[in-house]
Design a protein around this ligand. Structure first.
Ligand SMILES: Nc1nc2c(ncn2[C@@H]2O[C@H](COP(=O)(O)OP(=O)(O)OP(=O)(O)O)[C@@H](O)[C@H]2O)c(=O)[nH]1
Ligand SMILES: [Mg+2]
Ligand SMILES: [Zn+2]
Length: 253
């Protein structure tokens, strides 16, 4: 069964990333913010544990980024490692798999389905990036009764209207900001800044804070652009209607 649809009515999102050079803390934060913003259950599925010397180190990195989500460490090619993952795929559940190209989303779908329903493709050796093998969304019914939505690896992850998701993934940063002396602290060089103090003491990773700032800036810019566009199109519509009225007025009867 293959149905095209958008990721509405999804119960759980698997954010898929792998135990190799593909793993990127900032990108994962971004995926998690997007996923968390939708208000559904979020699970990080770490694939390719069979290829890593120390797969648990990757799981630890995920837990450093967020303590709110479940982590499944798997070899997507080996069904015996997928019991935990399968537990999220009960009857009536719809699960969307998102993540960069080459992380093994389609491989997971195939192994969970017990047969090859999706094409998979090799990754580039130098940087472990995929080749965008899957190019459209498709839905797959498992014997257990769950629906799996295989989403092609996105080339770009835009941040729009995601304040809630950002706040959820970076709740530690937002909690630190409560310690700032000034309520409108920008965490740059203000005195009594709780965030800077945490960075200085090593409690907060400078990279994580930079990524948080970057995502908030982008979010604000994109959301503003969309509001502007709406306003422009409203103004344009008004001008068109006015012009039509005037034309009618001047039309010789
Ligand atoms: N060893 C190992 N290889 C894996 C694992 N998961 C995926 N692969 C391999 O990684 C490559 C990419 O897998 P795909 O399933 O095509 O990746 P994808 O996420 O669907 O990629 P796109 O469709 O491009 O978005 C294939 O060669 C898979 O066999 C794993 O857990 N272990
Ligand atoms: Mg695929
Ligand atoms: Zn501050």
């Amino acid at each position: 069964m293959e149905v095209q649809l958008i990721a509405a009515n999804v119960d759980t999102i698997f954010v898929v990333t792998s135990c190799n050079e593909e793993f990127n803390d900032s990108r994962l934060e971004r995926y998690l913010a997007l996923a968390s913003d939708s208000g559904v259950k979020v699970v990080v599925v770490l694939t390719k544990k069979d290829l890593a010397d120390d797969p648990d180190a990757y799981a630890d990195r995920v837990r450093t980024i967020t303590s709110n989500v479940a982590v499944e460490l798997v070899n997507a090619l080996d069904v015996s490692t997928l019991d935990g993952t399968r537990a999220w795929c009960q009857t009536g559940q719809t699960v969307a798999l998102v993540g960069s190209s080459g992380v093994g989303k389609s491989t997971l779908v195939n192994t969970l389905a017990g047969r090859e329903v999706q094409l998979t493709g090799s990754i580039r050796e130098d940087d472990a990036h995929g080749r965008h093998t899957t190019t459209s969304r498709s839905l797959h019914l498992l014997e257990e009764g769950a629906l799996l939505l295989d989403v092609p690896g996105l080339r770009e992850l835009g941040m729009v209207d995601l304040e809630r998701g950002v706040a959820e993934v970076f709740n530690d940063v937002e909690a630190l900001a409560l310690r700032c002396r000034f309520a409108d602290c920008a965490h740059q060089a203000e005195p009594g800044c709780g965030v800077r103090a945490a960075i200085d003491s090593g409690e907060l990773d400078e990279r994580r804070f930079r990524n948080y700032e970057k995502m908030l800036r982008e979010e604000a810019r994109n959301t503003a652009t969309i509001a502007e566009r709406h306003q422009q199109s409203r103004r344009f519509g008004k001008r068109v209607r006015q012009a039509m009225k005037e034309r009618q007025r001047f039309r010789p009867s």
